[in-house]
Write a protein that binds this ligand. Sequence first.
Ligand code: 5GP
Length: 289
Amino acid sequence: MLSPNNLQEFLKWMEGAELINIFIKQRVECKKLIREADLIIMLDFNQSNRLGEAEKYIKDSRAYKVVIDHHLDPRDFADLIITDPSRCSTAELLNDLICDINGGQFLNTPYAEALYVAIITDTGNFEYGTYSGNTLRTVAGLLDYGIERDRVLNTVYNNFSEDRMRLMGFALDKRMVIIPEYKSAYIYLTKKDLTDYNHLKGDTEGFVNMPLSIKGIIFSTLFIEKEDHVKLSFRSRGQFPVNEFAAIYFSGGGHLNASGGEYNDTLENTISYFLKVLKENLGRLKDQS
Ligand code: 5GP
């Protein structure tokens, strides 16, 4: 198993997480694994640039390449693309494929936990309207199997550091800007902010959703200042398509209501550019309720 970047802290407890090779930390091993593979299965993304530094090596590999994913608008970079944007998560689609291959529900505890964690994290613990009857039937099967729901929920959601909680408070108090006339809000965090609060990967997970619970706000953006670029996350309520917004203006993509992208400039210039392009979308935002 390979991941382009570090794992989120709140997922590191999962069985098998220690077996994942991190490209940016283990370049030599990862390049060897890619070079020697006959088959590469890529999960939960549909644009090759999401592979980060691994992109070039995967492209050069002669392995048969399969993508299994649930995002909109897949790009053509694999031999086989299995995609279904109606699924709440890639895990739900993958589980159905595995059940088909297995001739029935496949279950063991680490698998059941992984499936459950993938579904709760991709649906915001069933808060976003992306899940279906099939999702709930899948989860019902996991509960019948005896998955320790409370333990898993606590490990994923109630396991953050004090620093992360204080960073959230700081972000909401000092770094959140509301633009009522655009029904929009944004939060920005500088490199220094992250350092001041001993930021670990995954700590800002969920921050972008928070402004959406303010009355009248239907579009929320999070800017995170990185070494040489700015990473953006977008969320919306209703029909404002943040995947299109991310694709058109920020080389990104995702779902109708949850997307991300990046911009290669300073944080200040990125926010100025964002405000300019926001203006171009005023009509569409105003139409939403
Ligand atoms: P998040 O804001 O949680 O990082 O990402 C939300 C959704 O947008 C996820 O489905 C993720 O795959 C997608 N996404 C985030 N960043 C990017 C990006 O830079 N490019 C693309 N294509 N999708 C992204």
